[in-house]
Design a protein around this ligand. Structure first.
Ligand code: GBH
Length: 490
């Protein structure tokens, strides 16, 4: 792959946001600073055996204290936006059952001001997997309809204190992953699952992901309504949701496998976007799940009519999808249940991978998946404005590698350049994409993989927290320069 960019075409429209992404739990650390309450991830990582290297996000990359240094790194990259999430437990340490923590409010206010002073727009999520532990303990968080009001209350506080400066709001990062991993496989908090789906002591892997998702959809609607009714006119921002996306290629040319790929997409992506934008669950879900699927009341549907302003997409990987309704699949295997549309997800066909495997078990390099996903969303949702809110490559580094090696992330550069080219193709064909965020600015706490998988444009030495730009940082800087229009200085 040539590292040179063609500067002859600018498929990225004026005002396009080029940024990097982060999240509160993975970046901030400062677990108890300034009155923060515990989140579900604090509690989970402190329980034994969940995280591969036994680590947690108590310190993470200490972005809470080092944010000025990190903003300087962004300034050097030349990005014009930064995606981060607010920790709900910093603003409301006990959820609704306690006071607003003004020290937490003050912290994010300072971060937002510092970004804006550098010409970087904040792109802010209200949740990125984390909820105050108090809500989990009081009523089971997403399993209860009580969370609708509490999420609205929290969102209101954020709009009130930050909305004069934040022009892009996100209700949820990857609610589909939260529902699946929290309540089907149970590998994320609150560790709920049943049967052959995972190793949990409580839960119901078929019903609970659907209930949790339903409450997330209604919570999204609650926050959007508050924003629309109270703040949007005056503050002039926009609000959306971010979905994890997988591109599903049919395993074969048969009609069955084509339907399976459509079903898989419905059960992963359209699961949330259809109710929010079309007012009902996708037909594949209604057919397969019948009365297992929660239903929306008239009241709910009225609130949901407020929809969203943009769709955020996290796009990393693609799989084949194989039919399990009309043909035989290994039954009982995770991924072959009604909870996944009776379609089997597999990266391999006739001995060949869909794209180059990587050191991250779920990432296969299939750049075409970017154009396909964006085009699919464009067609299904009437070209609603889109942002690519995450794309990037994780690398498991050899711990004995030299300092020269860790800077030399050629694979990440190849990955980003081919995915960005694919995104550019979608834009050339008319997709309304308004931004791209690289995951991630820095190496950080990679959930179940702890600190063993690194996604950063900058390397972090986790002992000293020293940040060092990698080749990919230099490359991204060049890319942004070459793909942004600049006024000529005469
Ligand atoms: C994103 O998650 C996260 O938003 C971010 O915090 C994270 O650091 C980053 O990507 C890198 O991992 O098993 O059905 O849930 C994406 C990670 C990718 C994990 C898809 C789950 C399989 C789908 N997810 N993957 S499922």
């Amino acid at each position: 792959v040539s590292l040179e960019q063609s500067s002859s075409s600018y498929p990225f429209p004026d005002g396009f946001l080029f940024g990097t992404a982060s999240s509160s739990y993975q970046f901030e650390g400062a677990i108890l600073a300034d009155g923060k309450g515990l989140s579900n991830w604090d509690t989970f990582t402190h329980g034994a055996g969940h995280i591969s290297d036994g680590s947690n996000g108590d310190i993470a990359v200490d972005h809470y204290h080092l944010y000025m240094e990190d903003i300087a790194l962004m300034e050097n990259l030349g990005v014009n936006s930064f995606r981060f999430s607010i920790s709900w437990a910093r603003i409301l340490p006990q959820g609704r059952f306690g006071d607003v923590n003004m020290a937490g409010v003050h912290h994010y206010s300072k971060v937002i001001d510092a970004l804006l002073a550098t010409g970087i727009q904040p792109f802010v999520a209200l949740t990125h997997y984390d909820v105050p532990q108090e809500l989990e303990e009081r009523y089971g968080a997403w399993l209860s309809t009580k969370i609708l009001k509490d999420f609205g209350y929290y969102a209101d506080i954020c709009f009130k204190y930050f909305g004069n400066r934040v022009k892009h709001w996100v209700t949820f990062n990857e609610p589909n992953v939260m529902a699946i991993r929290g309540y089907r496989s149970g590998i994320y908090p609150p560790s709920r699952c049943s049967g052959s789906f995972g190793n949990c002591t409580k839960g119901n892997s078929v019903k609970e992901p659907l209930v949790a998702a339903h409450n997330m959809i209604l919570s999204h609607a609650a926050a959007v309504n508050i924003y629309r009714n109270v703040y949007q006119k005056e503050q002039g921002g926009s609000i959306g949701i971010i979905m994890n996306s997988i591109w599903y290629e049919p395993y074969s040319n048969t009609a069955e496998d084509k339907l399976a790929a459509e079903r898989a997409q419905s059960f992963f992506l359209n699961w949330f976007l259809d109710p929010i934008l079309h007012g009902e669950y996708p037909k594949e879900m209604r057919h397969v799940l019948g009365s297992l699927l929660p239903s929306f009341s008239k009241e709910d549907l009225k609130k949901m009519r407020q929809g969203l302003d943009f769709i955020g997409i996290n796009q990393y990987t693609s799989f084949y999808s194989k039919d399990c309704i009309y043909s035989k699949c290994k039954s009982g295997a995770p991924g072959v249940s009604p909870a996944e549309g009776l379609a089997l997800r597999t990266p391999i066909r006739n001995g060949e991978y869909i794209g180059e495997p990587t050191s991250v078990d779920w990432i296969y390099v299939y750049p075409q998946g970017m154009e396909n996903t964006v085009t699919f969303i464009k067609d299904r949702y009437n070209n609603t404005p889109m942002f690519i809110c995450e794309n990037g490559l994780g690398i498991v580094e050899n711990p004995s590698s030299s300092t020269i090696d860790f800077r030399n992330d050629v694979k990440r550069v190849e990955y980003m350049s081919t995915y960005l080219e694919s995104l550019a193709n979608a834009i050339r064909k008319g997709a309304d994409v308004r931004g791209y965020f690289s995951w991630s600015l820095l190496d950080n706490f990679e959930w179940l993989d702890g600190y063993t998988v690194r996604f950063g444009l900058h390397h972090v030495d986790f002992a000293t927290l020293k940040r060092t730009p990698r080749l990919s940082a230099d490359w991204y800087k060049e890319f942004i320069l070459n793909h942004t229009k600049h006024a000529c200085s005469i």
